[in-house]
Design a protein around this ligand. Structure first.
Ligand code: PLP
Length: 349
């Protein structure tokens, strides 16, 4: 077996996703690529109904359960579709009369627009105007594109609460119990793309509409333990390694503290500099995606090119907002954040 194809000193990848993964798990995947668990096959080549793969699926769901202390009232589904498919599947399943969408950025707006294709739903600017008769309340705690976070769990009484946690699930501890449905595409904090994790209250899933297409019914995925159709085997395997890695790092409490420190390093630097600006209000600053501009915006391209030449990659802001975006997901080491901060200081000195 050739070990060492993955370089020890890789550049730092600040891309918003698919995002950087911890080097130890890439190395483990590399080492196990030709022979996973003594099967003589890679995990990508093995049948999804074999005991070995079923055990991996079950263990991965359990790891999510233990990392997040998911109560028995909820199930974990490991589904082979992109996160955005949830923008359709949620209204398809639960929109009967009307729903509330808290629109705080591009991703929540897209989810709102998709639901509107089925039935008019309400677009809210503030949680306080929620409708207590809504079929559900939907929000996006971390808007990946603008770096805008809604850090407080909305209090919406008896209204079912749904959250798109694509860019924040597993980045810090979370009390799952108020949520009826959480979903997250894996490609930020969890693993490679191809997998969407759904955590849902069982009694909420039981209230979904009937007569849905089989694959569009959450209950199918629950009944078949995420193994109705061929699951994204490699993505699930990587998510499994990621969960083990997170446990080794001290779990989500430690990871949350580290992620908070990482983001604070950049925000503090930006706040104390005249050369960089962020428009995100303090209380809404994302711990995951630090979005900023240069005071002199004409320098942005040079900034990005020079950063890349120093091994600081993926910093270009989303095309909808421009500027710079540093994504600081779980796998971004603090050393990468210090390297970026020092580069930012040098660039304007
Ligand atoms: C918050 C959020 N929701 C949804 C998506 C869409 O994910 P996917 O491309 O897996 O559909 C993204 C992708 O970046 C995201 O950041």
């Amino acid at each position: 077996m050739k070990v060492g194809i993955v370089r020890q000193m890789r550049p730092y990848n600040f891309g918003a996703g698919p995002a950087t993964l911890p080097q130890p798990i890439l190395e483990q995947a590399q080492a196990e690529l030709l022979d996973w668990q003594g099967t003589g096959m890679s995990v990508m080549e093995i049948g999804h109904r074999t005991p070995a793969f079923k055990a991996l699926l079950a263990e991965t769901a359990e790891l999510f359960g233990s990392l997040l202390s998911i109560p028995q009232t909820h199930c974990v589904l490991l589904c082979g579709f992109p996160a955005r498919f949830q923008f359709s599947m949620i209204p398809m399943s639960f929109l009967k009369e009307s729903a509330d969408y808290l629109v705080t950025g591009i991703w929540s707006r897209l989810a709102y627009e998709e639901a509107n294709r089925k039935k008019p739903v309400r677009q809210l600017k503030s949680v306080s105007t929620f409708d207590k008769n809504a079929d559900y309340f939907y929000y996006t705690p971390n808007e990946t594109i603008s770096g805008y976070a809604h850090p407080v769990c909305p209090e919406v009484g008896e209204v079912p609460l749904i959250a798109d946690m694509t860019s924040c699930l597993l980045s810090a501890p979370l009390d799952v119990s108020p949520y009826d449905l959480i979903f997250a595409g894996a490609q930020k904090n969890i693993g490679p793309p191809g997998l969407t994790v759904v955590i849902a209250r069982n009694s909420f899933l039981d209230r979904a509409k009937t007569g849905l297409d089989t694959l569009c019914d959450y209950r199918t995925h629950r009944t078949y333990e995420s193994n109705y159709a061929t699951p994204p085997n490699f993505s699930i395997y990587m998510a499994n390694l990621m969960c083990h890695w997170l446990k080794e790092q001290g779990g989500l409490v430690k990871m949350g503290e580290l992620n908070h420190r990482k983001a604070s390093i950049l925000y503090e630097f930006i706040d104390n500099s005249d050369a960089y600006l962020t428009e995100v209000p303090h209380e809404n600053r994302s711990m995951m995606n630090v979005v900023f501009t240069l005071g002199d915006e004409s320098l942005t391209e040079t900034f990005l090119a020079k950063a890349a030449s120093k091994g600081l990659l993926g910093l270009k802001g989303h095309r909808a907002v421009g500027g710079v975006r540093a994504s600081l997901y779980n796998a971004m080491p603090i050393e990468g954040v210090y390297a970026l901060r020092d580069f930012m200081a040098d660039f304007v000195s």
